[in-house]
Design a protein around this ligand. Structure first.
Ligand code: NAD
Ligand code: TDX
Length: 337
């Protein structure tokens, strides 16, 4: 079995590469990644010498490169994590989100079609469903919830999902799609809520909470996302969408207060809200539970402790990120907020 994992130098893709190589010792895994600001080979350092692993630097929007990689490698399965993934960046400039998330997906689909791939798996997000009101805790996203996007990021992910479904219906391409809630864990880029708050608290910088901090996210430990995708690849039904989530809803304020409590330091600063800020995400994971028998292994209280410990033990990983170009980003986003 040979898999191409696109975006495998990023947060979830990187964790998935480690997960695959550990779980399926006989699989060949190729990570194809452009190494944008969010890609980091440090995250793959421990597998670089694994004979079943290969890294290829490439851009999924570059048709020639992608087609020649497919001709050379002849993969059975492609799992597409490659994306621009940060909502705030998409609000600043949507263009690259459309290029990578939509056009890049189309290039991959065309290559999969030409090479009669066994499975193309699209890693999507619960953000395609838009948001739920804060005063209706009885409501959850199911796979039937209509697509209703808020940010340029989520709109680009929804567009990609529709394209993936169109290639299945029109050309019979064997696809699956997963839509997961917010992930957290090792190798999470420090522009996102949890690692940003941990890094700022450790560096005695204020913890910037948008608005009143009442928005709710449904958190899943990244390894549980990896196990769900692995299961979908092996037991999922072609053409289907699977929601992934573990009922770990928290307000942003609760998340930040937990981090402060665990670290014993950190000072909250309420800042201007995100434009179009989604209120609440909450996944109904019944389908993947009933059909594939998937359940998450790590709850939030345990996962956040493990995550904080990882950031304490791996300071070099995130300190090298925040000491570079990231400083310009931080100043632009938070300087006058
Ligand atoms: P990330 O930003 O950490 O990593 C993205 C990776 O894709 C990086 O390594 C980057 O170099 C690579 N990449 C970007 N553009 C590329 C291109 N044109 N060609 C090749 N590689 C390119 O993202 P993440 O948080 O790991 O998210 C991975 C996927 O999971 C995304 O598709 C995202 O939409 C989805 N997702 C994320 C979450 C979450 O909570 N982070 C939740 C649900 C779904
Ligand atoms: O500095 C901050 N302060 C703050 O209050 C940041 C960076 C975020 N927030 C809030 C905004 C959100 O309500 O925290 C919440 C989480 O924010 P992000 O970490 O940016 O994640 P989110 O916008 O929820 O999107 C994430 O989950 C779905 C991923 O980044 C997406 O790639 C995924 O699809």
């Amino acid at each position: 079995m040979k898999l191409i994992v696109t975006g495998g130098a990023g947060f979830i893709g990187g964790n998935f590469v480690h997960y695959l190589l550990n779980k399926h010792k006989d699989y060949e895994v190729i990570c194809l990644d452009k190494l944008t600001y969010a890609g980091n080979l440090e995250s793959l350092k421990s597998v670089m010498s694994n004979q079943n692993f290969k890294f290829i630097r490439g851009d999924i929007t570059d048709r020639d490169t992608i087609f020649s990689v497919f001709t050379q490698e002849r993969p059975n399965i492609v799992v597409n994590f490659a994306a621009e993934s940060h909502v705030d960046r998409s609000i600043e400039d949507p263009s690259i989100f459309l290029q990578t998330n939509v056009i890049g997906t189309q290039v991959l689909l065309d290559a999969c079609r030409k090479h009669r791939i066994d499975r193309f798996h699209q890693v999507s997000t619960d953000e395609v469903y838009g948001d739920l009101p804060l005063d209706r805790p009885d409501l959850f996203f199911t796979e039937e919830t209509p697509i209703h996007t808020s940010s340029p990021y989520s709109a680009s992910k929804a567009a990609a999902d529709l394209l993936v479904q169109a290639y299945h219906r029109t050309y019979g391409l064997p696809i699956t799609i997963s839509r997961c809630s917010n992930n957290y864990g090792p190798y999470h880029f420090p522009e996102k809520l949890i690692p940003l708050m941990i890094a700022n608290a450790l560096n005695d910088k204020p913890l910037p909470v948008y608005g009143k901090g009442e928005n709710i996210r449904d958190w899943l430990y990244v390894e549980d996302h990896c196990s769900a995708i692995d299961l979908i690849l092996h037991k999922g039904t072609v053409g289907e969408i699977y929601n992934i989530g573990g009922h770990n809803e928290r307000t942003n304020l609760e998340v930040v207060q937990t981090i402060i409590r665990e670290l014993g330091k950190g000072k909250i600063q309420f800042v201007k809200d995100r434009a179009g800020h989604d209120l609440r995400y909450a996944i109904n994971p019944n389908k993947i539970h009933k059909e594939l028998n998937w359940l998450p292994a790590t709850n939030f209280d345990e996962g956040i402790k493990k995550t904080i410990q990882w950031y304490l033990d791996n300071r070099f990983w995130w300190e090298s990120i925040i000491s570079g170009e990231y400083q310009n980003y931080y100043e632009k986003m938070y300087g006058n907020r």
